[in-house]
Design a protein around this ligand. Structure first.
Ligand code: 13P
Length: 263
């Protein structure tokens, strides 16, 4: 199947809003989406993605096509197309409604049983459908000896097991240390830098140095409009995966504008 994944210019920052199970009403969802879309239209160096809950995706999709504002989904079935899989949503269906990105392996899904092997199957399904997976990895805790690096390496390798190299440029990695999700503060910028380099290194071990340089690595965990610019500038990540602040429309719009000002 032909891939229609957008080639993102290298300098564009990828800012992804993971709405999680928010908001409760469709009306509220549409309002948030409209405000974010409007703001994103005036940005020059940011690609914006919003990932509303499944039932709201279509209504949050703007009728006005935009090259740098896209819809994402928060999960997907391991089954590619259709069939007797009650409760599942396939990558083909997501593509059909205009979704471009799919979050896979989020720690909140992993905590409910999404193993690396399931993640790898979902990644394959998403890539086969011509969409881009945003694969989440991150350690539960840090230790002086650096065992968390092995955790990260194993997660990345296993989540990408059996993924052909031809897909490497369609993959996005999101580094989300679990302890920084829903916390008071984000991880220290210097530590984000170290981890994002490590993630790129593991990716390049799998797919080659060129792929390692090109892959987009996002940071996620307690990002807001105040800390976002430094996380990108000092943490040297290619974008952000934002939870709470992404359903707070004024805060998310501020965040997008602040990141857009970075050179
Ligand atoms: P918070 O930004 O609310 O910490 O959530 C991060 C996250 O899990 C994004 O996927």
């Amino acid at each position: 199947m032909q891939s229609y994944v957008t080639i993102i210019p290298m300098n564009k920052k990828l800012i992804v809003g993971n709405w999680k199970m928010n908001p409760v009403t469709l009306d509220e969802a549409k309002k948030i989406a409209r405000k974010i879309k409007r703001a994103s239209d005036s940005l020059v160096s940011v690609e914006t993605v919003i990932c509303p809950p499944f039932p709201f995706i279509v209504s949050c999709t703007s009728k006005n096509e935009s090259k740098f504002f896209h819809m994402g989904a928060q999960s997907v079935s391991v089954e590619v197309d259709r069939g007797p899989f009650t409760g599942e949503v396939s990558a083909t269906m997501l593509k059909e409604i205009g979704v471009k990105y799919v979050i896979i392996g989020h720690s909140e899904q992993r905590a409910r049983g999404e193993s690396d092997s399931i993640v790898s199957k979902k990644v394959k399904a998403v890539l086969d459908a011509g969409l881009s997976p945003i694969i989440c990895v991150g350690e539960a805790s840090r230790d002086e000896a650096g065992a968390y690096l092995d955790t990260l390496k194993n997660q990345i390798k296993q989540s990408l097991a059996d993924i052909p190299a031809k897909f490497s440029s369609d993959i996005v990695l999101a580094y989300e240390p679990i302890w920084a999700i829903g916390a008071q503060e984000a991880m220290k910028n210097e530590d984000i830098y170290e981890s994002s380099l490590f993630v790129k290194k593991v990716f390049s071990d799998l797919f080659g140095p060129d792929a390692g340089v090109k892959v987009k690595v996002l940071y996620g965990g307690s990002v807001n409009y105040r800390n976002a610019p430094d996380i990108i500038a000092i943490g040297k990540v290619d974008g952000l995966l934002v939870g709470r602040e992404s359903v707070n429309a004024p805060g998310f719009v501020e965040l997008l504008k602040a990141v857009d000002l970075l050179k």
